[in-house]
Ligand binder design. Structure first.
Ligand SMILES: NC(=O)c1ccc[n+]([C@@H]2O[C@H](COP(=O)([O-])OP(=O)(O)OC[C@H]3O[C@@H](n4cnc5c(N)ncnc54)[C@H](OP(=O)(O)O)[C@@H]3O)[C@@H](O)[C@H]2O)c1
Length: 255
C-alpha cells in the first residue's frame, strides 16, 4: 500500500480515519507499506497507526534531501516512528544518491535498515537509475508501471531481472487517473474467472502477472478499498489474453 496524500493528514478525525485505513489494510492481508518524508505527515501517521502492529508490516520509506544532516535527521525520525527498524530504505528520486547510499549503508551495518533501494518516477532518469542498479549497492527499485506508463519494460525491468532486484510498483492505478473511466461490468465479465470484480483489481492483476514485479503499492484513503485492492494480490493470475484485454480496456481513449 502507498501513503502519498492518503496518510498526509493532521487532526483527530482525519488521523483516526487514516488509522482505520492502515488497520483494515493489515486485516485484509496488506503487508508492504511505502512512505516518504516527501509525503508530509504520512510517515508519522503511518508509524502511529501501526503502533503495536509494527511487526505485521514490511515498512519501506525514503530519504529525500541533498543535505547530509537533514538525511540523518530523516532516518532518525523514521527509526523512532518504526520501532528502531526500517525494512526497505530507498533514495527518493535518486537525490544525492552516492552520499545517501553511503549513509544508509552505515545504518544497515548497524542493523537498523534491512535493505536499501532507489526510486524514480520519471523515465528521463531511468538511465541514472540503471547506473545505480548496476552499482551492486541496492537490492530493490521503485518505479511506475501501469497500462499507460510502460517505459520500464524497455530497460529497467529486464535489468532488474538480470540483477535479481526486487521491484516495487508505484502508481499501479495511474495515480487514480486510470480509475476515472472504469469499464462496466459487462467489459469486466471475462476477467471474473481470475477473481476480478472491479477495475482496480484488473489493473493490479495486470501489474502482478509480470513476475519481475515484486509488489504493487496502490494508495487509498478509504478503509473499505484496502480489502478490494489486497484481494488482487492473490491468485488466480491472468493469462496473456486477459492481460492484453486490460490494456485494451485502459486504451488511450479512456485517459
Ligand atoms: N517514489 C516516487 O517518486 C513515487 C511517486 C508516486 C507514488 N509513489 C508511491 O506509490 C504509491 C501509489 O501511487 P499513487 O498514490 O500515486 O497512485 P495509485 O495508487 O496508482 O492511485 C491512487 C488513487 O487511486 C484511488 N484508488 C485506490 N484504490 C481504489 C479503488 N479500489 N477504486 C477506485 N479508486 C481507487 C485513490 O483514491 P481514494 O483515496 O479515493 O481511494 C487514489 O486517488 C504512493 O502512494 C507512494 O507511496 C512514489
Amino acid at each position: 500500500m502507498g501513503t502519498w496524500q492518503t496518510l498526509d493528514v493532521r487532526g483527530t478525525a482525519a488521523e483516526a480515519r487514516a488509522r482505520e485505513v492502515v488497520h483494515e489494510a493489515l486485516d485484509a492481508g496488506v503487508r508492504f507499506i511505502d512512505s516518504s518524508p516527501m509525503y508530509g505527515e504520512a510517515e508519522r501517521v503511518l508509524g502511529e497507526a501501526l503502533g503495536g502492529r509494527r511487526d505485521e508490516a514490511v515498512v519501506a520509506t525514503k530519504v529525500w534531501t541533498s543535505d547530509a544532516a537533514e538525511g540523518e535527521a530523516q532516518v532518525e525520525r523514521a527509526l523512532r516512528w518504526y520501532g528502531g527498524r526500517v525494512d526497505l530504505y530507498q533514495v527518493h528520486n535518486l537525490v544525492a544518491w552516492p552520499e545517501q547510499l553511503a549513509m544508509l549503508e552505515r545504518h544497515r551495518d548497524a542493523g537498523e535498515v534491512r535493505a536499501i533501494g532507489a526510486t524514480h518516477w520519471n523515465p528521463s532518469a531511468f538511465g541514472e537509475l540503471a547506473e545505480v542498479m548496476r552499482s551492486g549497492r541496492i537490492v530493490a527499485i521503485q518505479i511506475p508501471y501501469n497500462p499507460h506508463e510502460r517505459e520500464v519494460e524497455r530497460e529497467i525491468l529486464p535489468l532488474a531481472e538480470e540483477l535479481g532486484l526486487g521491484v516495487v510498483v508505484m502508481r499501479p492505478l495511474g495515480a487514480g487517473r486510470l480509475m476515472r473511466a472504469a469499464p462496466g461490468d459487462a467489459e469486466l465479465a471475462p476477467l471474473r474467472e481470475f477473481g476480478v470484480r472491479t477495475w482496480a483489481q484488473a489493473l493490479l492483476k495486470w501489474v502482478l502477472l509480470d513476475r519481475r514485479c515484486t509488489v504493487a503499492i496502490p494508495a487509498t484513503s478509504r478503509p473499505e478499498r484496502t480489502r478490494e485492492n489486497a484481494a488482487a494480490g492473490a491468485p488466480p493470475w491472468f493469462d496473456d489474453d486477459a492481460r492484453a484485454r486490460v490494456a485494451r480496456l485502459a486504451g488511450a481513449g479512456r485517459q
